[in-house]
Ligand binder design. Structure first.
Ligand SMILES: C[S@@+](CC[C@H](N)C(=O)[O-])C[C@H]1O[C@@H](n2cnc3c(N)ncnc32)[C@H](O)[C@@H]1O
Length: 267
């Protein structure tokens, strides 16, 4: 009989100690100033409460803390990622959990959070069933009028040209149409030392949007990094000498592999 201990460890356990390196590759780095500017416009109130689903090493929670949030709770399927999150900021409260399923056992406060984050949360759904599970959790824990803020892989294009090669330090090496017709499975590789690789899914936009609507969210807003965000990255030495040439960044900006997503829970 299969038991829990027979289950393979979450794929991110093995990546935890090196995971944050991926935020330094050109394919990803401009997302950080972009996400920061989106959060700044949302103007979190001092003392805001934040639940970060798929919090990983806690980058999103630390960002919200910089904006004055004071209740900082993270959930992730990988205990090793959570261990790093706690090392980086011992004030975080973290729980191990699978966000595709009800999180009732964790004792989180229903409708208790001003913000729910999902920074590459929604890319771990092989079908609309898991997508519905994730949105059910987002809807259950967010306050009425609260904001969901996240990052997703670009769900409009099967294989964005900016990540068909390693030009920007990150590549989707294997994009396969899912048998259920709902999107694609992808293998993602980063040119870090050591290399970081993982498997993920991208369901089509209308599937994500239908499940968000069922969970009580209104219109979804998508945005992507701009030239201003690239300037911040270049200023931090990302992209090397070549990266200082505007033309070098054009493919990444025009064919962004990721979107920032914001949705508001109806009151
Ligand atoms: C690309 S990482 C993002 C981590 C963090 N949000 C960040 O941006 O740095 C994806 C995270 O999702 C977590 N994850 C994957 N599937 C999950 C699930 N079903 N429930 C909870 N966490 C999950 C992984 O363990 C990993 O930490």
């Amino acid at each position: 009989m299969a038991t829990d201990s027979d289950a393979a460890p979450p794929q991110y356990d093995a990546l935890a100690s090196v995971y944050d390196l991926l935020w330094r590759v050109p394919a990803v780095h401009p997302l950080l100033p972009h996400l920061t500017s989106v959060v700044e416009k949302l103007a979190p109130a001092s003392g805001a409460s934040v639940l970060d689903l798929a919090c990983g090493t806690g980058l999103g929670l630390r960002l919200m803390k910089r904006f004055g949030a004071s209740t900082l709770v993270g959930v992730d399927i990988s205990p090793q990622m959570l261990e790093i999150a706690k090392k980086l900021d011992p004030t975080l409260t973290v729980y191990t959990g699978d966000c595709t399923k009800p999180l009732d056992d964790l004792g989180l406060e229903p409708h208790g959070y001003d913000y729910v984050l999902g920074i590459w949360l929604l890319n771990y759904c092989p079908s609309s069933v898991e997508m519905a599970g994730m949105w059910a959790n987002i809807g259950r824990y967010i306050k009425p009028g609260g904001k969901f803020v996240g990052i997703i892989e670009n769900h409009d294009v099967a294989h964005p040209i900016s990540v068909r090669t390693m030009k920007y330090g990150g590549m989707m090496s294997d994009v396969q149409e899912l048998e259920n017709g709902e999107g694609w499975s992808v293998h993602v590789v980063f040119d870090t030392q050591p290399p970081i690789e993982f498997d993920a899914f991208r369901l089509r936009g209308p599937i994500l949007e239908a499940e968000a609507k069922k969970a009580g969210f209104g219109e979804i807003f998508y945005s992507k990094p701009t030239w201003e965000d690239v300037k911040v990255s270049v200023g931090e030495g990302i992209g090397g000498e070549d990266g200082k040439d505007e033309a070098w960044w054009t493919e990444l900006i025009e064919h962004s592999p990721n979107y920032v997503i914001v949705a508001t829970k109806e009151g």
